[in-house]
Design a protein around this ligand. Sequence first.
Ligand SMILES: C[S@@+](CC[C@H](N)C(=O)[O-])C[C@H]1O[C@@H](n2cnc3c(N)ncnc32)[C@H](O)[C@@H]1O
Length: 543
Amino acid sequence: MSDTPVVDEDLVALLRADLTAARFTVHGVADRLGPVASAALHREQPLPALLATERSGTRDTSDTSDTSDTADTAADDACGVLIRLFTLGRPVPASALASALPTLGVEGAVALGLVRVGGGRAGVAAGRSTPPEREVAATCDLRPYGDDAHDWWVASDLSELVVGGPLRRDHVLGIGGASTTLASWTVRRPVERALDLGTGCGVQALHLTGHARAIVATDISERALAYAAFNVALAASEHSGAVPPFELLAGDLLDPVAGQRFSLVVSNPPFVITPRDEALPLYEYRDGGRAGDALVRSLVRQVGTVLEPGGIAQFLGNWEVPAGRTWRDVWGDWLEEQARDGIALDAWVVQRESQDPAEYAELWARDGGALPGSEAHSQMYAAWLRDFASRDVERVGFGVVTLQRPATDRPTWRSLDEAHGPVSAPMGPAIDAGLRARTWLAEHSDDDVLDVAWSCAPDVTEERHGRPGAEDPSVILVRQGGGLGRVVRAGTLLAAYLGVADGELTARAALDAIAEVLALEPEQVRAETLPQLRDLVADGLLV
Ligand SMILES: C[S@@+](CC[C@H](N)C(=O)[O-])C[C@H]1O[C@@H](n2cnc3c(N)ncnc32)[C@H](O)[C@@H]1O
């Protein structure tokens, strides 16, 4: 493909060595830019970073005593040159790039499809005019990315800011908020085979290299697959050691992997609800070519067919909530449909956000690059509102979905939770613990729950609120520091139990003792407290 990076293993290894030596890594870039410009760049405001790298690799035309050439400046500030070229999309002199990538060289970068060489501007140095120097422009965005254990780089299409015009339909997106949300929520158990559906630039696949023995990544876009191949090759080149076997397949949703089985499926699918309207630009990265929320719904219905027993699927999604229904009703229908059509799955859906149609339209019209107030923006906005009205949609939910195929023929469980506030980062360990706890609860009776000596998790605190001067609190809140950050209002019985839940006494013994102190029937105390215990165990407040 002529407009995507090329995998040439020898050149890719040189690129990696040069990027590492230049400290063009997550930490290196943060150090080079400083906190203000780094934070602005995260908000997609490039100006402070442009100013901070203004002199990187450029000739100083004012200081006539400086006879050093461009290459020396660039060698001293290779990271600045690479930020300016690949992240900010500004041309740099060819000599500056040659110094910043000393083993790959400009020719190597051209051969990899990362840059093109164009004309240049004449300069002035030491009081004399200098001939025009060739300039190099990036043909893709390339930036460092990583987790605790890895330095990676991710190439993707140049952003709208750099292109200065509308994006192409098959634009390959870089790492965005949705990518990092899914990466954070993914359960990172060691697994045999993992699937990244709709891999785009391959960011989820990069994360999977840390805990899957084999990875399949799919996309409907050939350009996305080319980028993913390049990014995984860059991760695999000699300095980081081998990555697991990695296969790229083209096709729609699960079609390319029909008949295969995975222990983990992750997907940040093109879930954006987009009107089927000629006037609207369609982008492959966010629109899967279906009306309404049909793409996410069909993923829910079909994903069980590729999960092995005990396997997990995690993806992001939007769902429409029509008038007179709740988001839980909608999910109830989807899960019933799923169980009817295939193997019934456990389901844990966490709704993180809910917007009305206008809020949703504003968000996505802005993402298309149209300025609020412009004719194009008004057209898009109206198209979204008409589309939602045609299905009587009142709200649009967004959240993270975790589905699990039971390993045995036990009944499935279902948790439909809302968490709009901050959650643990990463969230994967809490999801992992929550899956295990919910599965344990599904496999054990109330008597089994009572026979465990639970303890309050270390991140749980209690808040007592009361009228000034009152002896007893009128409200007791139990707050989880990590996980979903749950806050539970505790009545007298639950507060008393949590006060003694230190892992020594079984829940049965503790509740019986509380019943005796309060002169209540033990059966009544157990019956009242058990649903709350199950709830707190499921979310990790009791462990
Ligand atoms: C939002 S991007 C996600 C990219 C990347 N996985 C991430 O987490 O940032 C969605 C990806 O799904 C791909 N896609 C769109 N429609 C698809 C379909 N029907 N089947 C498979 N992939 C599709 C797009 O090309 C795009 O690369």
